[in-house]
Design a binder for this molecule. Structure first.
Ligand SMILES: NC(=O)c1ccc[n+]([C@@H]2O[C@H](COP(=O)([O-])OP(=O)(O)OC[C@H]3O[C@@H](n4cnc5c(N)ncnc54)[C@H](OP(=O)(O)O)[C@@H]3O)[C@@H](O)[C@H]2O)c1
Length: 239
């Protein structure tokens, strides 16, 4: 049976969000793809897949834009089965360490990665609970968000944002778990060539990673037991 799947942050053909959209479209599902600015890559997909691709514009830092997108999407679909929170952004000096980085950039990254994801879930929750089965929220996190495994000294805004996203995932798991209508995980998606550059040493292309994740999400959709932070191989990862 086909699903209605929503993915945030999908405007770049070489990155993960677009390739998740592509994988679900290729499988016959209907996809809501969110962008924050016009995307020629998404326009080309719309031409190919027609009504099965719904493109919505929203900025995760702007609650009103998310509410408006949810209203527009509600006019096109009556439910959502899978929500993949993929959008991300980092500080311009993400490669700098504590003494050199401008700490005033950190709140924006935290807002985008963690609070932005909560805004999206809250606005689209009424559509998720109308899924005929168990709806699934997959928050694309990162091993960089693990406090226990942290080894880095740069990218503090990103690591803090993903750690906060992991905590948000647990809060929502606790909120949803008794009704079992909506399931939720944080997932490290693997090391991926999401910048599309050939000299990127990451082992997975965005298209390969998206295929692995799609299969994993189908497997874990109704799994309300066990650890909430997992890898793309389905293994538990320490928070
Ligand atoms: N690459 C890896 O090895 C790796 C490892 C671990 C985790 N991850 C995670 O995997 C996910 C995908 O990574 P990626 O490199 O493919 O991501 P990306 O291309 O850097 O970002 C995804 C999208 O997020 C959008 N975005 C940025 N700020 C936004 C905002 N304020 N509101 C709405 N959308 C916004 C961007 O839109 P624009 O196109 O308009 O800028 C972009 O298209 C991320 O969550 C990342 O943290 C990746």
């Amino acid at each position: 049976m086909s699903d209605i799947v929503m993915v945030t942050g999908t405007g770049r053909s070489y990155a993960l969000g677009y390739n998740l959209v592509l994988r679900y479209l290729e499988a016959g599902d209907t996809v809501i793809a969110t962008i924050r600015k016009p995307s020629p890559d998404m326009d080309a997909l719309t031409e190919k897949y027609g009504d099965r691709l719904i493109v919505a514009t929203m900025d995760l830092l702007d609650t009103a834009s998310i509410t408006a997108a949810a209203e527009a999407v509600s006019g096109r679909v009556d439910h959502i089965d899978i929500l993949i929170n993929n959008a991300v952004g980092v500080a311009p000096d993400v490669d700098k360490g504590f003494f050199d980085a401008n700490l005033d950039h950190i709140p924006r990254t935290l807002d985008l990665i963690s609070v932005g994801t909560l805004r999206v879930i809250k606005a689209f929750y009424p559509l998720l609970v109308r899924s005929a089965g168990t709806a699934l929220i997959m928050n694309i996190s990162s091993e960089a968000g693990s406090i226990e495994k942290c080894y880095r000294t740069t990218g503090m805004d990103y690591g803090m944002g993903k750690a906060a996203l992991n905590m948000a995932t647990m809060y929502l798991y606790n909120t949803f778990k008794d009704e079992k209508k909506v399931n939720i995980f944080a997932v490290h998606p693997g090391w991926i060539r999401t910048n599309g550059k050939d000299d990127n040493p990451a082992p997975l292309s965005s298209y390969e990673a998206a295929g692995i994740l799609k299969d994993l999400f189908a497997e874990r959709r109704e799994d309300f037991t066990g650890h909430r932070f997992i890898t793309n191989e389905g293994k538990d990862y320490p928070f």
